[in-house]
Design a protein around this ligand. Structure first.
Ligand SMILES: Nc1ncnc2c1ncn2[C@@H]1O[C@H](COP(=O)(O)OP(=O)(O)OP(=O)(O)O)[C@@H](O)[C@H]1O
Ligand SMILES: [Mg+2]
Length: 150
């Protein structure tokens, strides 16, 4: 086990996943990659120009995306610092945009991850559900092993 990918969304569940992934990385002397996916995409440039020309107010949309992006950067940075503070080396961070499930799978492929670690639930789901749609999708479609942390 050389490469572990852990996906974080700012939830308590994901934070637990980071702790478990950190312990496994230490045990296996593996590289640990932290990934947050900003779950929506910025407006395409052409559309922004069109909106400006038509005087359609999109500041709110753009602002929302910028905040989500900054939040994502802060999330992975905070988690990485926590792990490094525990003496773990070889921690890397990634922030990508798009649909979380497919992006997590694509990054895992790109990194040739041996293991993906996710929380069973995240911050957007209903309290009653046992498994979120992102962890479900990752578990079903990943080509490597997946650890779902509860
Ligand atoms: N945007 C994201 N970026 C990175 N990892 C994510 C993201 N969203 C979810 N995850 C990962 O998937 C795990 C499960 O979250 P998921 O989104 O599936 O559940 P949920 O938010 O409770 O429900 P749902 O989103 O399906 O309504 C999280 O603990 C985290 O590890
Ligand atoms: Mg979610």
């Amino acid at each position: 086990m050389k490469t572990i990918l852990v996906a974080v969304d700012g939830s308590e569940h994901a934070s637990k996943a980071v702790d478990v992934a950190g312990k496994l990385a230490r045990l296996y002397d593996a590289r640990l990659h932290l990934l947050h996916v900003v779950p929506f995409e910025p407006l395409p440039e052409g559309l922004v120009a069109f909106a400006l020309a038509e005087k359609i107010p999109i500041e709110e949309e753009v602002g929302r995306w910028q905040s989500a992006r900054l939040l994502g950067d802060a999330l992975v940075r905070e988690a990485a610092e926590r792990l490094r503070g525990q003496g773990l080396e070889g921690v890397e961070t990634h922030v990508e945009e798009g649909s979380p499930g497919p992006v997590i799978l694509a990054v895992a492929e790109r990194l040739e991850a041996d293991l993906i670690v996710v929380g069973s639930r995240g911050r957007t789901g209903l309290a009653a559900t046992l498994l979120g749609s992102v962890s479900h999708r990752v578990a079903l479609n990943a080509r490597c092993s997946v650890l779902i942390v509860r």
